[in-house]
Design a protein around this ligand. Structure first.
Ligand code: NAD
Length: 370
């Protein structure tokens, strides 16, 4: 039997609390599905600085390199971050370093709003249809954030000019398009490619390449949408989307807009994928939210984002579709039973039972079964 090697880096704030529940759920999945996970925990972020003087200690990085994937909590503490130079701070020294080290070029952010949590969504119920369920696939290493030249220069006295450059090559667009189409195949088989082909050269190339790659996926319906319309449609009719494929900056913005639809950061997992070797894709899985210092250590954090990150890991890195679906089902069971952490609690809902991190994790673990 294959043993999957998982590096579990809980980090700071609520990280350790939600990671503990996620690991319990993985243990439940192991039992229910006869799988074997070797989960090794290591410090990162301020926990890394306190343990070994660095946000990403050498031993932690070495563990990640030996592993099949990384399950990450979150890092950074606003009270402590300003006490050290910017480049040593956890988000830069750990998160960005890991992204670079492992060539994580694709970011996947599913947004799901179950019917039972309709109150948490800022949209009126009639705009939510039978529940919102979409996936933003964002290119993570190219485009405007990294293109050169990137500088601010003085043009004349008192006048400065800032330059950012949007650059994409055909292979960069092809590889993210393949990720998008493959993800759509695992879902409702529709892909909306987002661009600004009416204004940007990058948009024209993006549209051409995505259309060409799409021919390899005849079972997936492809449509193109300008980014401004995409932003509007997310508010008007989010249920029309299955997979939204975006370049880096558009994806950054639209994934946060889409995230708002789910009502709480505590519900949102994310995956960052690197290259595929054989049948396995190296991936980095984390909740979309941060360390939530305001609620850390109080048994108040919602562990669902971290637990759903495990489901993404099983699906995208290990190809364990059934086990992944079992985790998602178990989360639905817990929600349907009325359990709510504070961030998703609605005092007007007579069936809602306010619960803590531990209790929510235990209920989901108990519900994981074949
Ligand atoms: P945050 O996401 O930590 O918190 C924003 C709000 O969402 C808070 O009210 C928090 O209580 C709530 N929240 C977040 N996750 C929750 C959960 N699981 N359950 C219930 N409520 C939850 O953002 P912030 O306050 O801007 O940042 C706090 C720290 O986290 C900062 O140091 C920031 O740099 C860091 N951060 C790290 C990451 C990461 O590691 N990927 C991402 C974002 C922020």
């Amino acid at each position: 039997m294959k043993t999957y090697q998982i590096a579990a880096l809980a980090g700071d704030g609520i990280g350790p609390e939600v990671m503990r529940e996620a690991i319990q759920v993985l243990r439940g999945v192991e039992k229910a599905f006869g799988l074997s996970f070797a989960i090794t925990e290591a410090p990162v972020g301020w926990a890394g600085i306190d343990a070994a003087g660095k946000a990403l200690p050498d031993e932690t990085l070495a563990l990640c390199k030996r592993s099949d994937s990384i399950l990450f909590g979150s890092v950074g503490l606003p009270d402590r971050d300003p006490t050290i130079p910017k480049e040593e701070r956890p988000e830069r020294a750990a998160l960005l370093r890991i992204r670079k080290e492992f060539g994580l070029f694709a970011n996947l952010r599913p947004v799901q709003l179950p019917k039972a949590l309709a109150h948490a969504c800022p949209l009126r119920p009639e705009r939510q249809g039978d529940g919102i369920d979409l996936l933003v696939v964002r290119e993570l290493t190219g485009g405007m954030y990294f293109g050169q030249p990137k500088k601010t220069e003085t043009v004349s006295e008192g006048v400065q000019r800032a330059i950012d450059t949007m650059v994409y090559t055909t292979p960069e667009i092809e590889r993210i398009a393949h990720v998008g189409f493959k993800a759509a195949r695992l879902r409702r088989k529709k892909l909306t490619s987002i661009d600004k082909a009416n204004v940007l050269e990058n948009g024209i190339l993006w549209r051409e390449v995505v259309t060409r790659v799409g021919k390899e996926y005849p079972d997936v319906t492809l449509e193109h949408m300008f980014v401004d319309n995409g932003a509007m449609q997310l508010m008007l009719k989010p249920t029309q989307f299955d997979v939204m494929l975006c370049e880096n900056m558009f994806g950054d913005i639209l994934s946060d807009e889409a995230a708002a639809l789910a009502g709480s950061l505590g519900m949102l997992p994310s995956a960052s994928l690197g290259v595929t070797a054989g049948d396995q894709t190296f991936g980095f899985y984390e909740p979309a939210g941060g360390t939530a210092p305001d609620i850390a250590g109080k048994n108040l954090a919602n562990p669902i984002a971290q637990i759903l990150s495990c489901a993404l890991m099983l699906r995208f890195s290990f190809g364990l579709k059934d086990a992944s679906a079992a985790i998602e089902r178990a989360v639905s069971v817990a929600i349907d039973s009325g359990l709510r952490t504070g961030d998703i609690y609605n005092p007007l809902d007579p069936k809602a039972i306010k619960t803590g991190t531990r209790e929510m994790g235990a209920a989901i673990t108990a519900a994981v079964r074949r």
